[in-house]
Design a protein around this ligand. Sequence first.
Ligand code: PMV
Length: 364
Amino acid sequence: MAADPFLTLPQLEIPQNSGSITVTAPSNIALIKYWGKSQGQIPKNASISFTLNKCVTQTTINYEPLTAPKLTSDTEFEVFVDGVSKPEFAPKIATFFKRIAPYMPWIGSFKWRIDTKNTFPHGSGIASSASGFAALAGALMHLEVSWATAPYQQDLWVNKTSFLARLGSGSAARSVLGPLMYWGGHPALPESNDLFANALTKDIDPIFLDYKDTILLVDQGEKEVSSTVGHNLMHNHAYASQRFAQAQDNLGRLLKLMSAGDLDEFCHLVETEALSLHAMMMTSNPSYVLMKPNTLAIIDRVRAYRREQQIPVCFTLDAGANVHLLYPAHYTEQVMPWIRKELSPLCQDGQFIKDEVGQGLKKL
Ligand code: PMV
C-alpha cells in the first residue's frame, strides 16, 4: 500500500457560508488488543474488535468561513461537552487537526465549534476517545463528501474516515463500521493494513454478529495511567516483542475459531488477550495496575459460572477496571438474572451498561 493513499485530494466546492453536521459514532471493544505503537499511530500488531451499539458519542460540528483563512496547522476551534466549554480537551483536538491537515487542507478555511456528548455515563471509565475521534473524523468526512464536485467512491470515503480517526486515537479507526473490525497488517487478512481498519465480513459464524456486551462498571473514576503513557511504556518493555508476536498469533487463531463458531475456545482466547494486556501494564517500568479487587472478583465468578452452567460467557478488559461480559444474544435471558444478582453488587453503585454489537458511524 502507498505510504499516504489519502494525499490525493478530491475537487471540492468550499461553501462561503456557515453550516453544521451531526453524526454519532460508537465505542468498540477489542478482542485482540492493540497495545504499543510506532511513530504516526502505526500499531505494533493487528487487532480486532466488536463495534458497540449503545455506547456512542454524538458530535455536531459547526463551521464558519474565516475571512482570512488560517494556516491549516493552526485550526481555530472551540470544544463543548454537554454544552459546557472544555478547553482542557483542546490540546488533543489541536494535535488531531494538525495531523489531518495534509489530508483535509480546507479545515483551515473555517472556524469550528465542536459540540459533543456521550450516551454512556460521564466518567464511567468507558473510553470516549475511540467514539469521540471516530465521530469527529466522520463529521469532517461527511462535509468533504458533500462538497466534492464528483461522486465520492464509497470505499475511499469509509477508509479515509477510519484513517483520519486513527490519527486521533488508534482504536478509533475501528469504530467506523461494524460489527467486527480489524486494523493492522496481518498475513491471514489480505486487505489488512496499518493505516485504516476494515470490516470483517467473510468466514464468520453468524453467532458473532448477534453478540451482547454487558459492561460492568467496577470503577467509574479517571484512569490513573492514560493510554498514551501506556503505549509509550511498551517501547522499552522487556516482553514487548513477545507480546506483539503473541497478538499476531492470537489473531490468526481467533479468525479460525470465529469461522468455526468454536465458542469455548473463543472464550479462552479472548480472556487470555485481556489478561495479556493487563500483564503488559503490570510489567511495565514503572509498573501499574488498572484492575481493582472487584475486577478480579468478577473474573473469578465469570469463569465459575461458565464452568458450572456450560454457557459461553467470557470477559474482556479495556485499559481500565471495568469488565466487558461477552455472550451470544440468545443466552440473554439466562445470563441477565445472574448478572443482576451476582455481578452488579460488585459494580460501583451497582451500575452496568447493556450493550451489544453495532454497525458504526451514522449521520443524523
Ligand atoms: O486508541 P488508544 O490509543 O486509546 O489505545 C487503546 C488500546 C486499548 O483500548 C487498550 C486496546 C484496543 O485495541 O482497543
